[in-house]
Design a protein around this ligand. Structure first.
Ligand code: GLN
Length: 202
């Protein structure tokens, strides 16, 4: 049976994620309300502004139910602000900002600084075969520290941010600092769908 994957649709690149998931073979649905979490095999948390997404999740009453589903093992992929939402610890948070958590990592918001606010780079991502991945960073976070359970999948190569971690996985949770939904390269979404399938078969 086709996997059903939600995209948190409060803000950000919702359409692009839905399209990428469909192209990878999933049935993809936007999720705003708690009841829309029912029947999901996985969820994507898109980029946007993590502070705004935190507020909107509370407004729509979806934050606590989503947190629960993640704690129960719902697979999730967070890109950019979505990565921040999956982090157990965040540096440079806005006052009152909270995350959903799940990945034992410390993430720094807007980490790349003003000069390199947005940039693109070809990255080697662990588990993604073939050509390097074209990674687009937009006021992106990076991962400052990870716990033992976290697998580092990609680091920046060269430049002032050389060596910074920008893609990780912990169990069924995947996170990237960059936006794979806007390049038309479906390999990261396909890798996430593999996690979703694995979790279903488990
Ligand atoms: N800077 C944003 C934040 O802190 C993330 C940017 C993005 O998702 N493109 O949430």
């Amino acid at each position: 049976m086709t996997e059903v994957v939600g995209v948190l649709a409060l803000q950000g690149d919702v359409r692009e994620h839905l399209a990428a998931l469909r192209a990878a073979g999933a049935e993809a649905r936007p999720v705003r309300r708690p009841e829309e979490l029912d029947g999901l095999d996985g969820i994507v948390l898109p980029g946007g502004e993590s502070t705004t997404m935190d507020k909107l999740m509370r407004t729509f009453g979806v934050r606590d139910p989503l947190r629960e589903r993640l704690a129960e093992g719902l697979p999730a992929f967070g890109s950019c602000a979505g990565m921040i939402l999956l982090a157990d610890r965040v540096l440079d948070v806005a006052p009152g900002q909270e995350t959903l958590g799940g990945i034992d990592m410390t993430v720094r918001r807007n980490a790349f600084g003003r000069q390199v606010e947005s940039f693109e780079e070809d990255l080697k991502v662990e588990g993604v075969q073939g050509e390097p991945v074209r990674a687009v960073f937009i006021r992106a976070p990076w991962v400052e520290a990870v716990g033992d359970e976290v697998e580092v999948l990609a680091r920046v190569e060269g430049g002032p941010a050389d060596g910074r971690i920008v893609a990780v996985r912990q169990g069924r949770l995947l996170a990237t600092s960059f936006h794979p939904e806007i390049t038309g390269d479906g390999r990261i979404h396909a890798a996430f769908l593999d996690l979703v399938r694995e979790a279903r078969g488990a």
